[in-house]
Ligand binder design. Structure first.
Ligand code: ASP
Length: 323
């Protein structure tokens, strides 16, 4: 293992059309604004970094950062999770330890308040990589994890909005609903993700989401799939993705970005190169954050916005709108 990386935690609060999220939630008197979102990602990265300083575990730092955002109800994850087309929850999350190469994804769960905690509880305990639906929920129950409180006001507001768009004929196709939603109206995706690296260069990455708004029941996105929604390899790099999950799945964007970091060294350049490759093939709609093996970070997105924050040895930083 290399020594002397710059320790840090970087988080994102989801790539998408945040102006629309603010508009819809304002109409519903929910007061979710940019300041709150920026404060949310900044606090998440600080909490993750504190864990890194205290316990030194990048995996636990990632979990702490994501758990905070799941609990906040401000993002499309955990308490704030968006609903599928039938108005149900179906949350996805994933976590990878770049030092052991182990990863666990949980897909379409409804029981846990914190799907990332379920993934953490299973990491290292099974060599299965993805566990889905009711059996995953039963595990959460058996493990005594806190129950999800049910759809939040934010999730209900976004759901009602999407329903109206469809009823008023602005989205037509049933089977391609989410791609249409993304193309015509902009994404409402605001999944959360985090990557952490300690001073020895150990890297972990994770994500958690309610999935894209109004997804078809049964759809599983990129977030529980290592290589697509997240990836970490301690001598290469670590990446967390957000946006149109289908694009991340079709291109295995996180693994490729992490491997490219190992090859090129420059994390920003690596993320931008992979992002433009995906955009050339499928169009825009993704965001990526990540560290190279030295703890230098990169942030790239081709959506309207993606709140992100970094806490660590290189000086705290955050961003929101696309420049
Ligand atoms: N990638 C997530 C999904 O497709 C959504 C998001 O990042 O907002 O489920």
């Amino acid at each position: 293992m290399r020594a002397s990386a710059e320790p840090g935690v970087i988080v994102h609060g989801g790539a998408g059309r945040w102006s629309l999220v603010f508009e819809i939630t304002r109409e519903a008197n929910l007061h979710i604004n940019q300041d709150k979102i920026v404060a949310g990602v900044a606090e998440a990265s600080r909490r993750g970094y504190r864990v890194l300083e205290d316990s030194g575990s990048p995996v636990d730092a990632v979990v702490a950062a994501i758990r905070y955002m799941e609990d906040s109800g401000l993002f499309n994850a955990g308490v704030g999770s968006s609903l599928d087309a039938s108005g149900q929850l179906g949350m996805d999350a994933g976590l990878m330890n770049g030092s052991t190469g182990e990863a666990v994804g949980v897909a379409r769960v409804r029981h846990p308040r914190n799907p990332i905690v379920l993934a953490r509880s299973l990491l290292g305990k099974t060599d299965h990589v993805i566990i889905a639906c009711e059996p995953a929920d039963r595990l959460a129950e058996k493990l005594g994890l806190e129950r999800h409180p049910g759809p939040s006001p934010r999730a209900l507001a976004l759901y009602k909005w999407a329903l109206r768009e469809i009823e008023e004929g602005r989205m037509e196709s049933v089977w391609r609903r989410n791609q249409e939603l993304a193309r015509l109206l902009g994404l409402l995706g605001d999944t959360v993700g985090a990557v952490a690296i300690d001073h020895e260069g150990r890297i972990a990455a994770g994500v958690s989401t309610g999935g894209v708004s109004f997804k078809l029941p049964g759809r599983i996105g990129d977030s529980p799939v290592p290589g697509a929604g997240f990836y970490a390899w301690s001598n290469a790099g670590g990446v967390a993705a957000t946006g149109r999950g289908e694009l991340a799945l079709l291109t295995q964007v996180s693994a490729r970005a992490a491997d490219l970091m190992a090859e090129l060294g420059d994390p920003q350049l690596s993320l931008e190169k992979i992002l433009s490759l995906v955009e050339d093939r499928y169009g825009p709609g993704l965001g990526l954050i990540g560290f190279n093996k030295n703890g230098e970070y990169g942030v790239a997105y081709n959506t309207e916005a993606m709140p992100w924050a970094y806490t660590g040895g290189l000086g705290d930083k955050w961003g929101f709108w696309r420049q």
